[in-house]
Write a protein of this length. Structure first.
Length: 312
């Protein structure tokens, strides 16, 4: 599934709420609400979308421009659900758990409210909504998580969105979107190390894909950060059976060489110990056979040390 997103930045006093639709494969999804200029700018945006539609053969959707008095549309959650969404950004885990439980109890409306929260101006709220999708996300959430993972300005939000989109073990039903494509794009292009590390690690649990193999090989060839290289190494072992066989063979050779060197050192220590034992044993016999000279040896420590060293 390929998503195409157009972003605009302008002064807040010139904005009005606009619902725009994202071309997602062949369906326009009315999922995001972003402030953009109205009037001539709105007409320009719609004409650009139509032009891109004609060039890329997308399905076309209408651009719904709203006035100042329309601060919310039919897709906005209720005030109660909005409050629960904002509670997901609370610093107290008990409050977060309470809000999450209430949103789950609300069913589809709760999921849509969390999707609405992905565009919240507060970073912790957006991160909390992205984290909510980890256990409760559905296929309807994938496009929103994908956009957040690629375009949210906060690295912490992007990192959580990447995890929530790619982690299948915690969800009631695994997502069916292009997870590998998302993880590859984040792993190669994100500017934050932790976000990239999360994306690279996510490829370790995805089905084998040639795009993942190519991306991981590129990372191993060009990356200098040891943590990213380690994640890429383990992910590539899962994605590429040939790479796994190669590194396993190298590991076996290193293990055999290490065991051989350890055995040689052990034999050398045993041989050295036997020589010292015989030398010490001979000196003890001298003392036992000639007890009369024991006192003389005790008064000549230099000679005793030379005798122990085999130099006397």
């Amino acid at each position: 599934m390929i998503s195409h997103v157009i972003l605009f930045g302008m002064e807040e006093e010139h904005t009005k709420h606009v619902t725009y639709k994202i071309a997602s494969h062949f369906v326009w999804c009315p999922m995001y609400r972003k402030p953009i200029l109205v009037g001539d700018m709105a007409q320009f945006v719609e004409s650009e979308i139509r032009r891109l539609y004609e060039e890329n053969q997308w399905a076309i959707g209408a651009l719904n421009v709203q006035g100042d008095d329309a601060m919310s549309d039919e897709r906005d959650p209720t005030l109660e659900l909005q409050a629960l969404v904002e509670q997901l950004g609370a610093g107290d885990w008990r409050m977060v758990l309470e809000a999450e439980t209430a949103l789950v109890r609300a069913g589809q409306a709760g999921i849509e409210a969390a999707l609405w929260g992905l565009a919240h101006p507060n970073t912790t709220v957006r991160r909390g909504c992205a984290g909510f999708m980890d256990h409760h996300g559905t296929d309807a959430c994938f496009a929103a998580l994908q956009w957040t993972a690629l375009h949210d300005p906060a690295p912490s939000v992007r990192r959580v969105a990447v995890h929530s989109a790619s982690c299948q073990r915690c969800k009631p039903c695994p997502l069916t979107g292009d997870l590998v494509g998302l993880l590859v794009q984040v792993a190669l292009s994100d500017t934050n190390r932790r976000v990239r590390e999360n994306a690279i690690g996510g490829l370790r649990y995805q089905p084998q894909d040639a795009r993942a193999v190519a991306a991981l090989e590129t990372i191993l060839r060009t990356e200098t950060d040891p943590r990213l290289r380690r994640e890429a190494h383990h992910a590539l072992k899962h994605q590429d059976p040939n790479y796994r066989a190669l590194v396993d063979a190298q590991a076996r050779e290193r293990g055999i060489a290490t065991a051989r060197a350890r055995k040689e050192q052990q034999l050398l220590r045993q041989s050295t110990g036997s020589c010292e034992q015989r030398r010490n044993q001979g000196f003890s016999q001298v003392l036992l056979v000639h007890p009369a000279i024991t006192t003389w040896f005790l008064h000549c420590p230099a000679y005793m040390s030379r005798l122990f060293e085999g130099k006397a």
